[in-house]
Write a protein that binds this ligand. Sequence first.
Ligand code: FAD
Ligand code: DHB
Length: 391
Amino acid sequence: SETQVGIVGAGPAGLMLSHLLHLHGISSIVLEARSRAYCEERVRAGVLEHTSVELLRNAGLSERLNREGLQHHGIDIGVDGIRHNISFLELTGKCVTVYGQQEVVNDLIARRFADNGDLRFECGDVTLHDIEGPQPLIRTNKNGNFDEIRCDYIAGCDGFHGISRFAVPAGALTVYERNYPFAWLGILAEASPSRDELLYMHHDRGFALYSMRSTRITRLYLQCAPNENIDSWSDDRIWNELRIRLGCTDGWLPAEGPILQKSVTGMRSFVVEPLQYGCLFLAGDAAHIVPPTGAKGMNLAFADVYYLSEALDAHYRQNSDEQLRQYSSKCLARIWKAQRFSWWMTSMLHRFHDESGFDHKRQLAELSYVTTSRAAATSLAENYVGLPLYT
Ligand code: FAD
Ligand code: DHB
């Protein structure tokens, strides 16, 4: 096969890139290791920045989002069982939208197929060749049939465990990394949310997050050990812990219901630089990971591919490679601000088992500051709704 841009991975980054390129009249082929059903059902992130909603609207992808997305004007931060509201709308004039990542992925896949997009699922052994250029090549095998895709550029959108990043020769990339001594146990429950905004709760037993997916489904997380064994968490134990950590002094408790899904997600901060090597451009989780506390993962993936689609458009339409050359530095400037925000939210809200008395007091002061100072709350708000994309 032959195409202009070969895209590895059909997550939010790869699918959105393929759609944006299509809008610019640029052809692409998306190669995905998993099945379509697996991609559509995978439960992950849930919060869209104002910035991402704008991008989806401008790309003509907001029909179901407008109907089913839940607009949130702010979040609550809980300390000592007391909720403190941070109103993004009042502080920044902007909102965020709760709309599950798998809904976004479903919409993107449906739209790509409706536009005759070339999405190939269940591709085995994807490998990248001649990425120095000018004619890179992707090889794959589907059910024993080998295929070669010739292209001008390759977009590595295959997530943190993908192969694209590893196709770059050792030494050409610098890794910046930080690990956290905890993970999140996440559940999806069949329970109508008992409040309409998210609650980020600081608690002596560990952080807890109250979130949702729809008017019928609640999403909840508990800080746990990095190697937590999910089998030791019965449904009763999970609800009990959620009641203890999320329960508020005014009597508010999360609504309970059957648990539909549970999983443990590790936490790290990770960035590789640069995001380009020859004809290969990395985007999304393939290039960077944030701890989930700032709700940035999927949003960063969208920002990367927006910049990449604009740069490729400049290449094909104006014969200018200036934007492609600046892709990495342009993305990284925004990525590092999201890294800082995600690290900061994570550090402020979790219990660190090795913290000193000083660190603990400093953390409590930070929480008190952010929940009482308009200046501090505004800083949280403008980062949470998403720093500007169009600069
Ligand atoms: P992905 O969504 O990872 O997509 C990459 C795609 O590439 C996948 O479909 C994968 O199957 C495919 N692929 C991988 N290897 C290959 C290969 N060799 N060949 C072909 N295809 C390949 N963020 C939040 O903000 N909040 C959350 O609660 C949250 N929870 C998460 C839970 C989990 C378990 C994980 C892994 C991530 C979570 N994230 C969360 C992060 C967020 O989901 C990601 O930032 C987002 O999915 C990034 O999109 P992406 O397209 O870059 O990568
Ligand atoms: C959700 C996940 C997050 O990481 C977050 O910060 C807020 C909400 C969620 O899955 O709903």
